[in-house]
Design a protein around this ligand. Structure first.
Ligand SMILES: CSC[C@H]1O[C@@H](n2cnc3c(O)ncnc32)[C@H](O)[C@@H]1O
Ligand SMILES: [Zn+2]
Length: 441
């Protein structure tokens, strides 16, 4: 039989329903899809492959899914550190965005972020940012997969002047990418405190009509809840429930403040939580009760948030932080074991984005979004359990090969679809501009 590509890895972590771990197996890929997963000896007998990649000492995993980010904010990495959320947003990030964010900023920032994510084994990301048409274009050009947010906020920005314009631009983008193999769309109202009832209700209706996810910051800090209680005597979660947003399409980001009743309601309605542990730690936002959510049967995915609050887009690191933090919060070393952290960063993210039939695990018929890490480095030796090394010890430099839809986007650690020197030079130009202006002010 013919295969376009045969990948022979020492270990394969399938992240299928049984978390199967395979040794000395191969994955056959044709037309960008996984055609077979079989012992290598059988694969050699069965397939005539146009290309065979031998990966001794490597583990092959599904591409990582970054379920919450603001890609273009990579250009603001390190601009304002060590501040709580509202000071960080109101006094630093929003004024900077108001002054500098245009289509060129989004193009250059997104390229930098896409490059960083690909090199770290992230093959799909869920974005929320201004000028999403540029984010989509840059991502597709790099051969990366993304779910692009159709953003909605109450205030006018350089992207749109009114609620109607946010919706009109979002819908036009949805139409444009409706049949694209790499780009999907989601509604992305920023947060309950920045979007009023009428547009939130419209988001709920349009999400159901189009069957696209809803991506929103929710219950990020205790202040968010207290301010809402003071102003409207209603918790933001209850408000979203009243407006029809708590449903299986919802990917609620952060969720550090949750009552037992809210956890039960999330589970009942099949809504999804996106946990961003490093951003929550850095902004001292609070702690998402991940173990309780899992116990209740809620799907929890993993995101980095933007590089201005993390400060990297490293999902390998995020898996480790999520596993460690959950143990600390629950007071139990057995919660969120390594295999569950890997599920959060792959199949749970795919579910959050409505893409679980397409990506998130290495299974027959799924898209060949695959990542190979070389575990022969000293700090991942000796090796008892590949998943343990992957989650608790591996670093991004060990990501050596990355395929998306069967296209190799990282070969031997080097990006094949992006111009690295130009991307780095553009980032430096932006830093010089933004930095010089902030020194003058
Ligand atoms: C409407 S575009 C996205 C908007 O979100 C801002 N943002 C980035 N990180 C966070 C966060 O952790 N909580 C709330 N808002 C955040 C970003 O700066 C953009 O303005
Ligand atoms: Zn965010």
């Amino acid at each position: 039989m013919h295969a376009d590509l045969l990948i022979h890895a020492e270990w394969i972590l399938t992240v299928d329903a049984d978390n199967r771990q395979l040794t000395d197996h191969a994955v056959a890929v044709t037309d960008g899809r996984i055609q077979a997963i079989l012992p290598y000896d059988d694969a050699r007998r069965t397939f005539q492959a146009a290309q065979t990649v031998e990966l001794p000492g490597h583990v092959l995993i599904p591409g990582l899914v970054n379920a919450h980010t603001h890609a273009a904010m990579s250009l603001l990495r390190g601009l304002a550190d060590d501040l709580p959320l509202m000071t960080w947003l109101h006094e630093h990030i929003w004024p900077t965005e108001q002054r500098w964010v245009d289509t060129q900023f989004v193009a250059d920032g997104t390229r930098l972020a896409v490059l960083e994510m690909l090199r770290g084994g992230v093959t799909c990301y869920n974005d929320m940012y201004f000028h999403p048409e540029i984010t989509a274009q840059v991502t597709a050009e790099a051969g990366m997969r993304a779910v692009i947010g159709m953003i909605v906020v109450d205030f006018p920005t350089g992207y749109a002047a009114s609620a109607d314009e946010y919706f009109a631009k979002g819908l036009a983008l949805y139409e444009h990418y409706q049949h694209h193999p790499l780009i999907q769309l989601a509604w992305a109202p920023h947060a309950p405190y920045s979007v009023s009832d009428a547009p939130l209700q419209r988001v709920a209706e349009l999400a159901t009509a189009l069957q696209v996810p809803i991506h929103i910051h929710l219950h990020e800090t205790a202040d968010e809840i207290n301010n809402a209680l003071r102003a409207h005597d209603e918790r933001p979660f209850a408000r979203l429930d009243r407006l029809g947003l708590i449903n299986p399409l919802l990917a609620a980001v952060h969720m550090t403040q949750l009552s037992d009743a809210e956890i039960a309601r999330l589970a009942e309605m099949g809504a999804i939580v996106v946990h961003c542990p490093e951003s929550n730690l850095k902004l001292a936002s609070g702690f998402c009760p991940v173990a309780k959510l899992f116990d209740a049967g809620v799907n929890v995915a993993l995101g980095t948030d933007g590089a201005a609050s993390n400060n990297d887009l490293n999902l390998l690191g995020e898996m480790r932080t999520a596993a460690l933090l959950a143990k600390g919060i629950a007071g139990s070393a057995s919660v969120v074991p390594a295999a569950d952290a890997l599920r959060m960063a792959t199949i749970n993210g795919a579910r959050a984005l409505g893409l679980a039939d397409e990506i998130g695990s290495i299974e027959l018929g799924k898209s060949a979004d695959l990542v190979a890490l070389d575990l022969r480095d000293p700090h991942t030796q000796p090796l008892y359990h590949p998943v343990s090394q992957l989650v608790y010890a591996a670093g991004r430099h060990q990501v050596r090969q990355v395929w998306i839809r069967g296209q190799q986007v990282i070969r031997d650690g080097v990006a094949t679809t992006m111009r690295v020197p130009e991307i780095l030079a553009e980032a430096q130009v932006w830093a010089a501009r933004i930095g010089a202006a902030s020194v003058r002010e």
